[in-house]
Design a protein around this ligand. Structure first.
Ligand code: HEC
Length: 216
């Protein structure tokens, strides 16, 4: 075997190994969730409930750290708990749940192709003034023969968000330092009031796994 072929092979073996590791991580309480299938209408109701509860919980957590005007304490606390709260909701509900963004701070919040196109659509709708507080989006998709309801609720920025997601002049120095040290790839800055900052994304199965009958 030529040297370059050998190298290509070891790279693909490494990639395969990495891939199976991440698949394993996902199947063990990662983002995927093994919650029960629901009829479409109930899946939509459930998505709206989970999304509202999840956003409240994040907001409560943030407020609990924001007791005095100290943004360093706030961002330290919030940064530690954001993913924990997300995981707790996945464990509780059994469903796929994420906060995603086109310009994300934490790579764990990177969008998949479906989420990417929905977020791009939200940007356009927002420019036309169509993203109101009540707006949300849902669609039935099919993946590997299984139907899902994909639900997304856009999150827009208000003035308070700019302390950590705004421009150079909005973000306090201590927060800048924290971001540099903890999120070296951070792309979640330079937003303005009324931007689409991201979305809550939920995915609920509508049919049983392939080959398995629906449990009654
Ligand atoms: C005190 C600082 C702070 C404030 C204020 C803040 N955020 Fe964030 N935000 C963060 C941090 C830190 C993360 C990364 C959390 C993680 O690790 O998942 C984040 C992540 C996010 C994400 C997930 C996508 C990503 O970029 O990783 C969204 C969506 C988001 N914030 C929206 C908002 C909105 C909307 C507001 C205002 C209502 C807001 N944030 C206010 C610090 C803040």
């Amino acid at each position: 075997m030529s040297k370059s072929k050998k190298m290509a092979m070891s790279i693909s073996i490494a990639a395969l190994f990495w891939f199976s590791l991440s698949a394993l991580a996902l199947s063990q309480g990662g983002e995927m969730g093994g919650g029960p299938p629901l009829p479409e209408k109930e899946a939509l109701k459930k998505s709206r409930e989970i999304s509202a509860d999840f956003s409240n919980e994040l907001q409560n957590s943030f407020s609990s750290f924001m007791t005095e005007e100290n943004y360093l304490i706030a961002i330290e606390g919030y940064s530690n708990t954001a993913q924990q709260i997300t995981q707790a909701f996945r464990d509780q509900t059994g469903y796929y749940l994420k906060r995603v963004s086109l310009r994300y701070r934490n790579p764990a919040n990177a969008p998949d192709p479906y989420e990417k196109s929905a977020l791009t659509r939200f940007e356009t709708l927002n420019k036309a003034g169509k993203i109101t507080g009540r707006y949300d989006s849902y669609e039935v998709t099919v993946e590997k023969g299984r139907k899902y309801l994909r639900y997304m609720k856009p999150l827009t920025t208000d003035k308070a968000c700019l302390k950590c997601h705004g421009g150079k002049n909005d973000i306090p120095e201590e927060v800048k330092g924290f971001l540099k040290a903890n999120y070296p790839q951070d792309a979640a800055m330079d937003f303005r009031v009324g931007s689409v900052r991201g979305a809550v994304s939920i995915k609920i199965p509508l049919t049983a796994e392939k080959g398995k009958p629906l449990k009654k």
